[in-house]
Design a binder for this molecule. Sequence first.
Ligand code: AMP
Ligand code: MG
Length: 346
Amino acid sequence: MRAVRTEIIEADREGIERAARLIRTGGIAAFPTETVYGLGADAFDADAVQRIFTAKGRPADNPLIVHCADFGMVRRVALEIPLAVERLSAEFWPGPLTVVLKKRPEIPAAVTAGLSTVAVRIPAHPAALALIRAAGTPIAAPSANSSGRPSPTAARHVYDDLNGKIPLILDGGSCGVGVESTVLDLSGGEPVVLRQGGCPLERIEAALGQKVKTIGRENGAGETGQSAPKSPGMKYRHYAPACEVRTFGGGNVSEILKAHENCVQKNLKSAIITVEHRKNLYGDGRVLVLGRDAEEAARNLFRVFRDAEREYAVLLCEELPEDGLGAAVNDRMRCAAAGNELKNEN
Ligand code: AMP
Ligand code: MG
C-alpha cells in the first residue's frame, strides 16, 4: 500500500464537508461516534469499502456496521424492518444499538462479508450524523483501529494506528460511551445479542418486554466447527494492547495480588486495573483506575489499555459486576486477554 499523508482536522462544518466529499468520491475517512471512532466509506461502493479492510488489515469475513442518519436511510439498507426495530429505535436511536436485519441486494457483499444480513445503526454523535447527511449516503464503518488493537476513543488513537494509511481523521474529542455498540440480531425469529456493548442488555429486554438470549463469543466464533457462525468477526483477536492482559472475576483480590507478586518476582512490570472504590484493596500494588462506575470504566477502558501498553508488561484486570455497561467492559477485557493466546490472523 502506498503511504498517504494523514491529516487530523477539526470536526467542524468545514471539516465535515471535506470528509463528506472524500466519502462521496469513493474515499475513506475516520470520524467520531459516541461509541468509538469509525473508519467510513460509502456503504454502496464496494471498492471504497475494500479500502477500509486494507487500511485496517481487517479479515474479509468480518462484516461492517452501516451507519445511517435517519430511518429513511435504514430502509435503503435493510430489506424489511421488523416491528421490534420500531420499538427499539424509539428508545435507543440515535444511540449505541446496532440491529442485524435482512439486507437489500444493493449493499455489496464486502460490507456484510457475504452474509444475507446487514448490521445497521443510527449513531448519536452530532458530527457523525452531520457527516452521513453531508455524504448523502449510509456509511459503512468499523472501528478506526488496526485490526486486533484496542478501539480508538480519540483522534490520536486513530492516528497512532493508521497514520500513512488513511487520508483524513475528523477530530471530535473523546468518545462519550467508549465501547462499541451492542449488536442485536433481529433477522431470525428470536432476538439475540451477538455482542454486548454501549446499550445494556437489561434496557433492551425492558423495551422488548422479554428476555433476550446472548450468544457467547465462543458460540458465535465459528471456531467450534459451526458452518455458519452468527457473528463471523468474533473469532479474531480483538481489543488487545501490546502487553499481556489477564482477567480475574470480581472480588478475587488475593488472586490478583498473588499474580502481581509473581510478576514482581519475574521482573515484569505489572498494573492492576479496577474501579475507584476498589483501589484501596490493593494496598501498595500499582493500580490504574478506570473510573467510579461501569459507565466511566467503559469510557476509559481502551484509553487506559493504550496508555498502559507503553509502560507495563502485564495488566491484571478485575472484572466488574455484569449489569449495565459492566457486561461490555468485561467482554472487552476477556477478549483482550484471549488475544494473548489467539494468534493474530489478520
Ligand atoms: P466493529 O465495527 O469493528 O465493531 O465490527 C462490527 C461487528 O459487528 C462485527 O465484528 C460483527 O461481529 C458485527 N456484525 C456486523 N455485521 C453483522 C452481520 N451481518 N451479522 C452479524 N454480526 C454482524
Ligand atoms: Mg472493531
